[in-house]
Design a protein around this ligand. Sequence first.
Ligand code: SF4
Ligand code: SF4
Length: 254
Amino acid sequence: MGRKLTLDIFRYNPSAGWTKPGMQTFELEETPGMNVFIALTRIREEHDPSLLFDFVCRTALCGSCGMLINGKPRLGCKTFTRDLPARTTLFPLPLFKLIGDLSVDTGTWFRLLALRTGAWLHTSRAFAHSILEERMDNETALKIFEADRCIECGCCIAACAKVHVQDEFIGAAGINRLARFLLDPRDERSEAQHYEVLGSEDGIFGCMGLMGCMDNCPKDLPLRDQLAYVRRRMTAAGLAWGGKEDGSRNRKTK
Ligand code: SF4
Ligand code: SF4
C-alpha cells in the first residue's frame, strides 16, 4: 500500500462569478511512478471533475503544466510524488493570467513578448523551397539549439523577482530567445538594432543576476551563459554606438 498523499490545491475560476479564491484539500493513495499529472488526473476522475489544470505532452516538451509545487515553479509532469513530502500545496504560476485553478495563460504572454521584441529571424532573403538548405557550422548550430530548447513553460518568469516588480522586463525566457537570434548568422539585424530591444532596463540591463530563472528551469537551459553572452554583446554595442544609431550599419561582433 502506498503513502497517503494530501494535496492542498488552489481553487478559483474567474469565469464562474460565484466562486471565491480558496484552498481545497484532496487525499489519495500514492502509486509507483506517480507524478503530479497523474495525481491531478486521479483527483479529477475520482473526486472533482471541475478541477482545472493544463497538460498536453506529459513529457516535459509542451510547457503547459508549469505550476507552483510547494512554492517552487515546476512542471507537473516532471515532478514525481516520491520526491515530495506527504503534504503538498499546488498554486498556479503567478504573473500569468489565471484561467482557473492551476491553469494559466502563458501563451498570450509569450506571444506579446515575441511581438514586442521581434523574436523571429530577420532576413531580406526570400525563401526558396527548390534550393538545398544551407549548412551552418556545427558549433553555431549547437549554440542555437541550446537556446531553442526553451519550451516556454514560464517557470523562469514566475521565479524572477525582477518581473514581479517590473512587468515590462522580458525575463530570462525573453533574453534567451533573443540570444538565439544574436547567435544566428542568418539574422541581418545590426548590433544597434539589437541594442534598441535589449539594451535597456526592460532588457538585459534590468537583470539582477540572482539566477532564480536558471535554478528553476525544468529544461536545465544554460541561462547564466546566455545572460552573460547578451550582456557582453550589448555592453560592447552600447559603448560603440551609445545605442543611438538608427541601425543602418549591419555589423555583427563575435
Ligand atoms: S527558459 Fe526554461 S524555465 Fe524559462 S520558459 Fe524556457 S524552459 Fe521554461
Ligand atoms: S538572473 Fe535576471 S532573468 Fe534570471 S531571475 Fe534574476 S533578474 Fe530574472
